[in-house]
Design a protein around this ligand. Structure first.
Ligand code: ZN
Length: 534
């Protein structure tokens, strides 16, 4: 039995794992990469033949977990995508939106290319691929054990991250040997405001755990609520535009809930209009309203009283592009739009029109991956290239981390400590420093942890076969050394490719050219030394 880590290693996006038992091959998630090098990474060929895969098990709808699934169908996959019912509802909306954005982007880039006599750009996948993928969605209930493929059974447990999110228990069987492998998926915090607590599991041989916030402790729900109210209070006093880039599934609904509470308590006056500028987000909110039983007691108590927790007063759902543009004329408003990391979507246009003005406010309420516009702004960029234009960043920027739908360092430790069977942990889905910090914490507590690199493969061995516990994690091949080398070489080719794409921007800069020449000499030196070793 084998586990291969194909994504979300050393980063938080692009989740993708291959699990093999006997002749069965199952994928856990198949997500898009976001942020640095996303274009190249998303177009990279799969490390397996899609037609050899029996099924995909999807932990939750977020696009960094689900976004490459339509591409699997385009390349010959014919199996089912198993997930919870809310996930299958949400993912359909997210895929359609992605296909639309990709086709818009491809058209725009093709026009740009045509002017330079370059070939047109194809979108990663199209509406047609999505329509096909949707037909293979197969919903399952939380807590039922389901047959996935010969030798592979699975059970979805509530992960408390977003609506429909799941921790996945996999029961593998090969020649009479059994292994239990658990995937945390994206794990919600303990005591979540919106969802339910993540399911605690007691037994496993191996656990793959996320580490988005492996190095951080979130503020409490009360502190976060207070922080948001203070920032909103100031912004409202300025009677300015408040821009909130947000993931339109879950985070947007959470912000609506907070705004509704503020209205109930008289903290949001003047009938300030709230715009939700995301056709996809509107649909996602409708889906949220369909599953009241999956929310926290706090949210349920509002539903019981007859209020809609995700619909504050003066909320306008924006559909068309014209309607979206019209918001530019509104001086005092709260605007929510995707994408959550500002690397696309309508928020980019609102930022272009509003971020130069020091009276305006930008409230960042979610994770910003390396290489995204959101991350650059949070890190203090004074100017930014937004929708093709260099814009100065003078608006007041606020970051509120406590809204995270992710477990923090303490939550992760608590969840991991609940296993009674001393499983070995693979720490993934985090930037290097978060994963390392979590691994150190685990080791301090006597929990065996290993941080895999991308494309690393492991033999899964039943506990009783092992002479020494420390040998439980056995990478197959290539070795760690080879992998390190692969990563360096791959980084170099990515950088070179990126520079080639941007070369018109520095064609006339002698200094940069000189730097590139030196890099070339360094590479040649390595090559010469390798050749002389032969
Ligand atoms: Zn997620």
């Amino acid at each position: 039995m084998k586990l291969k880590v194909l994504g979300a290693a050393g980063e938080v996006t692009g989740s993708n794992y291959l699990v093999q038992a006997g002749n069965s091959s199952v994928l856990i998630d198949c997500g898009l990469h976001q942020g640095r090098d996303e274009e190249r990474k998303n177009r990279e060929p799969f490390q397996f033949n899609p037609s050899d895969i029996n099924a995909v098990l999807l932990t939750h709808a977020h696009i960094d977990h689900s976004g490459r699934i339509p591409l699997l169908y385009r390349q010959g996959f014919k199996g089912k995508v198993k997930s919870t019912l809310p996930t299958s509802d949400l993912v359909e909306v997210l895929w359609k939106d992605s296909a639309h954005l990709m086709s818009e982007e491809a058209k725009w880039r093709s026009r740009k290319n045509a002017r330079k006599n370059l070939p047109p750009v194809e979108p990663l996948f199209t509406d047609t691929d999505v329509e096909k993928a949707v037909q293979y969605l197969d919903a399952t209930s939380y807590d039922d054990v389901i047959e996935v493929a010969p030798g592979v059974r699975a059970r979805f447990r509530d992960a408390g991250h977003i609506l429909g999110s799941a921790v996945l228990e996999l029961f593998l069987n090969e020649e009479g040997q059994e292994i239990k492998l658990v995937f945390s998926g994206d794990l919600g915090p303990n005591y979540p405001v919106m969802g339910r607590n993540p399911a605690f599991i007691e037994d496993a041989d191996y656990v793959v755990i996320e580490s988005t916030y492996g190095d951080r402790v979130h503020k409490t729900n009360e502190q976060t609520r207070e922080e948001f109210r203070q920032v909103m209070g100031k912004a409202l006093k300025d009677r300015s535009r408040v821009m909130i880039p947000t993931f339109v599934v879950d985070r947007a609904q959470r912000i609506f809930y907070e705004l509704m509470l503020m209205q109930e308590e008289g903290l949001l006056r003047d009938n300030v209009p709230i715009y939700f500028d995301s056709p996809m987000g509107v649909k996602a909110t409708e889906i949220y309203n369909e599953y009241p039983a999956l929310f926290s007691s706090e949210v349920q108590s509002h539903i019981r009283k007859g209020s809609n927790p995700f619909s504050p007063e003066h909320l306008n759902f924006v559909q068309g592009v014209e309607e979206s543009r019209a918001i530019n004329e509104v001086k005092h408003a709260i605007i929510l739009a995707g994408s959550g990391m500002c690397n696309g979507g309508r928020i980019v246009h609102h930022m272009k029109h509003g971020i130069w003005d020091k009276n305006n406010h930008l409230i960042v309420v979610g994770y910003q991956a390396r290489g995204t516009l959101g991350r650059r702004i949070v890190e203090g960029a004074k100017t930014a290239r937004i929708a093709g234009e260099e814009v100065s960043v003078r608006a007041q920027i606020h970051t509120i981390n406590g809204f995270s739908a992710h477990a923090d360092r303490n939550d992760l430790l608590k969840w991991a400590s609940n296993f009674k069977s001393s499983p070995s942990f693979f720490i993934t889905h985090g930037e290097e420093k978060s994963s390392k910090a979590l691994a150190e914490l685990f080791e301090d507590k006597g929990i065996q942890a290993y941080i895999p690199v991308v494309n690393q493969e492991f033999n899964l061995v039943p506990e009783r076969e092992l002479p020494v516990k420390d040998e439980k994690i056995v990478p197959v091949a290539p070795s760690e050394k080879e992998n390190e080398l692969n990563v360096i070489l791959s980084d170099i080719s990515i950088l070179a490719e990126n520079l080639r794409l941007k070369k018109h921007e520095f064609e006339d800069t002698e200094k940069l050219k000189a730097l590139l020449r030196s890099s070339k000499v360094l590479l040649e030196t390595v090559d010469n030394q390798v050749s002389s070793k032969k």
